[in-house]
Design a protein around this ligand. Structure first.
Ligand SMILES: NC(=O)c1ccc[n+]([C@@H]2O[C@H](COP(=O)([O-])OP(=O)(O)OC[C@H]3O[C@@H](n4cnc5c(N)ncnc54)[C@H](O)[C@@H]3O)[C@@H](O)[C@H]2O)c1
Ligand SMILES: O=C(O)[C@H](O)CO
Length: 436
């Protein structure tokens, strides 16, 4: 202990204090240190201690030149390796609380930060983007395709590129929407609860009668990547007819339904059909199963409200795996109460993580906690895309020209292209575009 300088003693005291307050510096062996002289690589961790904030983190590649913060631990390790290989010091917040406040994130950004990977539960606006700019940062990426939690104008004002993670979650999210459609139509959750409660005492003609999907009409509102993938699953899997509403024509989807209809007809089956609705109300009136897949913005807030619920079929199934506020949830609860044959499958909620009063008691509602993109491959891919968005901006790489073709970034066996996979404000910031 004698050879430890006065300054080092001060740092050691700080180190022990921070450990006792559970600010954990992640380096092998450090957790186990109890005496000052047993701290290995003391000079190396000195810088970590100087930057310490009272919020717990783990650090990878402490000597990296660029400081990248992730507000959450994310699945897989490829995303970490891609960053550390390119001289990034990666700090991952390990706080126990699920949703970080703006103050928490300010503490994480600190005085020097090149980029942040954040989550859809966080409020990324003026306060955080100005702090990131002050800290020298130029890049932020949501680990999500939706970015309604981000104020793009504030990001533009501070010159921060905003990334998202399209494509890698399209099929996974569509599969969950299809699962909710089936679970609601065939009353799977109600029946499961009945079974577990020991109430089943034999087959009955009326027991848990639900809706047949084959030959019925599926309605899709927002026929973008996920809406189109969902439509195809329901059409191909259950031979449903399609009616959709979107601001834009989905030519690929229309061509698919036409071709599939011709295939069915050639095989002596009833062909499936498609219709692009002129109004959203047409979808609501005509469809038996309706799934919502638009972005959340001013035009889609409370898209489904009391009046629109009233024009839907009494036995319709409504699914939402987009964003909670697309439905006026209080109006939905009232509608469910008076229309027991109307069913919903919800992955998202207006006031997440809460449900509006009364929803949990409705047997005609299937509810799951925002898990639509939750498959291992997808979540690891989302982490990779988010990390590469931030890395690419820090390194001055151009933006990938087609955010719908992100496969080259997801191949575990090759290095990703030197580009940011998806930057939503690339145009506003005048960022260069990569040649494909
Ligand atoms: N529940 C989840 O875990 C989960 C997972 C992934 C995506 N999402 C949500 O799904 C959304 C869609 O994702 P995507 O990859 O398909 O995006 P996308 O941009 O490909 O599709 C969105 C579609 O909505 C349409 N749209 C916009 N405003 C509309 C309006 N007023 N009326 C009708 N259509 C409108 C757009 O034209 C577009 O075709 C995301 O923004 C996100 O909020 C949720
Ligand atoms: O927008 C998204 O990506 C989801 O809500 C989470 O996968």
């Amino acid at each position: 202990m004698d050879f430890v300088k006065k300054e080092d003693k001060r740092l050691i005291a700080k180190y022990e204090d921070l450990i006792s307050r559970s600010y954990i510096v992640h380096k092998p062996n450090i957790y186990e240190c109890h005496s000052a002289t047993s701290i290995p690589n003391f000079q190396l961790i000195k810088s970590q201690l100087e930057m310490a904030k009272p919020i717990s983190i783990e650090v990878w590649n402490p000597s990296g030149k660029y400081r990248v913060v992730s507000t959450k631990s994310m699945p897989g390790t490829r995303w970490i390796r891609l960053l550390t290989d390119q001289d990034c010091r990666v700090e991952i917040c390990t706080e126990k609380k699920t949703i970080l406040s703006v103050d928490d994130i300010l503490a994480l950004i600190g005085d020097r930060c090149d980029g942040v990977i954040g989550q859809l539960t966080e409020d990324w606006g003026e306060v955080l983007f100005s702090a990131l700019k002050r800290a020298g940062g130029t890049a932020f990426s949501n680990m999500a395709v939706g970015y309604n939690n981000v104020d793009i104008n504030a990001a533009n004002k501070h010159g921060v590129a905003v990334g998202n993670t399209p494509g890698v979650l399209t099929e996974t999210t569509a599969e969950l929407a299809a699962s909710l459609s089936l679970a609601a139509a065939r009353r799977i959750v109600e029946a499961d609860q009945f079974m577990r409660a020991g109430l089943y005492d034999g087959w009955l003609p009326h027991l848990f009668v639900g809706n047949l999907l084959k030959g019925q009409t599926v309605g899709v509102i927002g026929a973008g990547r996920i809406g189109s993938a969902y439509a195809r699953m329901m059409i191909e899997g259950f031979k449903m007819n399609l009616i959709y509403y979107d601001l834009y024509q989905s030519t690929r989807l229309e061509k698919f339904v036409t071709a599939y209809g011709q295939f069915l007809q050639a095989n002596g089956e009833q062909p499936v059909t498609w219709k692009r609705a002129a109004t959203m109300e047409d979808v609501l009136r005509e469809a038996d199963v309706i799934s919502l897949h638009p972005v959340l913005d001013k035009t889609t807030y409370h898209l489904i409200n009391k009046d629109r619920l009233a024009i839907m079929k009494k036995e319709a199934v409504l699914v939402n795996a987009s964003r909670g506020p697309v439905i006026d949830e209080a109006a939905l609860v009232e509608h469910l109460k008076v229309n027991p044959m109307f069913r919903v499958g919800l992955d998202v909620f207006e006031d997440e993580p809460f449900m509006k009063p009364g929803l949990a008691e409705q047997k005609n509602a299937v509810v799951v906690p925002h898990i639509a993109s939750a498959s291992k491959w997808t979540r690891e891919g989302m982490a990779t895309l988010a990390a590469l968005n931030v890395l690419g901006k820090i390194k001055g790489y151009p933006v990938w020209a087609d955010a719908n073709r992100i496969e080259p970034f997801l191949n575990d066996n090759s290095e990703p292209p030197a580009a940011c996979p998806s930057i939503v404000n690339a145009k506003q910031l005048g960022l260069p575009i990569a040649k494909l």
